[in-house]
Ligand binder design. Structure first.
Ligand code: DAK
Length: 260
């Protein structure tokens, strides 16, 4: 059953399960402001709907999401990006009360990896690649990557991933504890639905309180880190390397960083 109509996502309901599919194929599902706004609207819609027990968030075979939209960010400065306060939108994802299963195929990079990590369970197709490549465009993760990735895979693996920007495969992600399960590409959504159906059978209130309790573990110490990351992320928009990195990406040429 289809639900509301959106421009950058597709939504569907099957029994007690809502499926949200990110749908900007030409931009590899880059997370534009519009897409994030629609995603949050859909999450709100399903969070309020008593018939829905579990939400699945997925992308295409090629990309879950290749990150925040670099073309939207490239000309931002510290003040403009702060005033847009996109964090308010992103924060809404983590405040969703119902469990969200990310079904990830292809690229889950930058904000895409962060979005998957904000979900509660991650099922990966064999084609999935997880990475935080922000360093290559002159910034750092800005939507929780330094905090959530480190909590998931530990300091050393997180350092390597974030400082080199190099992505890891689905198999490596499984070994590192970043994903729950790796499945063949063709059965990704079926596997996510099977898991969702299992959870949907439990008491919705117990599921809600269990999710809340599990997340509390992170909240007690994650907040300071997120604040710190945010300020540093804003600060990078005063640097020449951010301008150069993003411009070079758009012009499809290697970036020449000066460390200024
Ligand atoms: N943004 C905008 N467009 C993107 C994109 C992105 N992140 N990723 C890909 N595209 C676009 C490409 O520009 C290209 O568009 P056209 O040239 O055709 O118009 C199209 O998607 C296909 O991409 P490619 O031609 O590059 O495809 P390839 O197969 O050759 O390469 C790739 C795929 C995923 C390796 C490559 O596209 C790539 O490196 N993409 C960028 C990956 C990346 O650096 N991601 C991190 C972005 S920074 C925040 C919240 C979150 C964030 C920041 C702030 N707040 C709440 C304030 C997060 C930041 C990031 O994610």
């Amino acid at each position: 059953m289809m639900t509301m109509t959106y421009k950058t996502i597709l939504t569907e309901i099957e029994g007690n399960i809502a499926i949200i599919r990110l749908n900007r194929p030409k931009a590899l599902n880059a997370l534009s402001h519009e897409l994030m706004g629609e995603l949050v609207e859909a999450l709100n819609e399903f969070d309020r709907d008593d018939k829905i027990r579990v939400i699945i968030l997925t992308g295409s075979d090629r990309a879950f999401a290749a990150g925040a939209d670099i073309k939207e960010m490239a000309d931002e400065n510290t003040v403009s990006i702060m005033l847009k306060d996109q964090f308010a939108t992103w924060d809404r994802v983590r405040h969703t009360k119902k469990p969200i299963i990310a079904a990830v195929a292809g690229y889950a990079l930058g904000g895409g990896c962060e979005l998957a990590m904000t979900c509660d369970i991650i099922i990966a197709a064999e084609s999935a690649q997880f990475g935080q490549p922000e360093i290559s465009i002159g910034v750092i993760p800005g939507a929780g990557g330094t905090q959530r990735l480190t909590r998931a895979v530990g300091k050393y693996k997180a350092m390597e991933m974030i400082l080199t920007g190099r992505p890891i495969t689905a198999g490596e992600a499984l070994r590192a504890g970043l994903v729950n399960k790796v499945v063949a590409n063709e059965v990704l959504l079926d596997e996510a639905k099977a898991l969702a159906e299992e959870i949907a059978k439990k008491s919705p209130i117990a599921v809600r309180l269990a999710k809340e309790a599990i997340l509390k573990v992170f909240d007690t110490s994650i907040s300071e880190g997120l604040e710190f990351e945010r300020k540093n992320f804003y600060m990078l928009f005063s640097s020449e390397d951010q301008k150069e990195g993003m411009k070079a990406f758009i012009e499809k040429r290697p970036a020449a960083f000066t460390g200024r």
